[in-house]
Unconditional design. Structure first.
Lengths: 165, 100
């Protein structure tokens, strides 16, 4: 069950990520990206990261993607914006080349992780209790700074939306 | 339990797909979504090593990355809306105001 679940989730994640960048319409891209984020949430669950699984579904696949789809619908792009991808352009060729080189580099880098096996973890690893125990002791200041950052982002977005450029 | 390097390979594939999306696409919204893809690939790597080392700290980093990515998405989309109101387009090649 374990390896099979991993391969299904990985295939869905990589396939929907590919679909995200090759589709013409941004709305289709957003929907396939949501599928990819849900698959990554499933991968978090197989890594016994229960809290991250819930957060990924709520914040990423929920809030952030709703915001993206809302903006896509608000902009209401016409046919002029949705012209064909034009895969023969030199830019696509160069970015594909960069992608292959980067993949080769990353694959070579993680050959060094081949010996690391996943041992047993204590019961409750990655649950709310273990996350909160570390987050509110060792990482208390980063946590407070992130709350200030979110507040600043909120104010900045309101200012950006009000201003006439 | 799938071994560590298989998770890392999936993460590398997601990162490269996001990178190619940023480089090849000209639609500002799709570029933003590709950046989200790359952030997710990095999150998957952090969660993998947190599981492999048995330390919870990697998962805390993922938590912070998700919080910062939410702020980034909100500000980025507000900039997209502001740019669209000015230029009536989301094509990156049309945003050349700084070198004119």
């Amino acid at each position: 069950m374990g390896p099979l679940l991993f391969w299904i989730l990985s295939a869905v994640a990589v396939g929907s990520a590919l679909a995200t960048i090759v589709q013409r319409s941004p709305l289709s891209s957003a929907l396939t990206l949501t599928l990819c984020l849900v698959a990554v949430a499933g991968l978090f669950a197989t890594l016994s990261a229960d809290f991250l699984f819930v957060i990924q579904l709520l914040v990423y696949a929920g809030a952030v993607m709703v915001l993206v789809i809302y903006v896509i619908m608000l902009l209401n792009l016409g046919d002029r914006e949705l012209k064909p991808l034009g895969l023969s352009r030199p830019r696509t060729f160069v970015s594909g080349l960069v992608g292959i080189l980067l993949l080769a580099l990353l694959a070579r880098a993680q050959a060094g992780a081949a010996g690391i096996s996943m041992g047993d973890v204590p019961d409750g690893f990655g649950g709310v209790r273990s996350i909160a125990g570390t987050l509110f002791t060792s990482y208390l200041y980063p946590f407070e700074i992130v709350s200030v950052l979110l507040m600043a982002a909120l104010v900045g977005v309101v200012v950006l939306a009000m201003k006439r450029f | 339990m799938a071994p560590t390097e298989q998770y890392l390979l999936v993460s590398a594939a997601l990162f490269v797909i996001g990178c190619v999306g940023v480089l090849s696409r000209r639609n500002l919204l799709v570029v933003l979504m590709s950046i989200e893809l790359m952030l997710n690939a990095a999150n998957l790597t952090f969660a993998t090593f947190a599981r492999a080392s048995g330390l919870i700290d990697g998962q805390i980093v993922v938590f912070f990355v998700i919080a910062v990515a939410a702020a980034e998405a909100a500000v980025g989309l507000a900039i997209v809306v502001a740019l669209f109101r000015k230029k009536e387009t989301v094509n990156l090649d049309r945003f050349t105001m700084l070198h004119q």
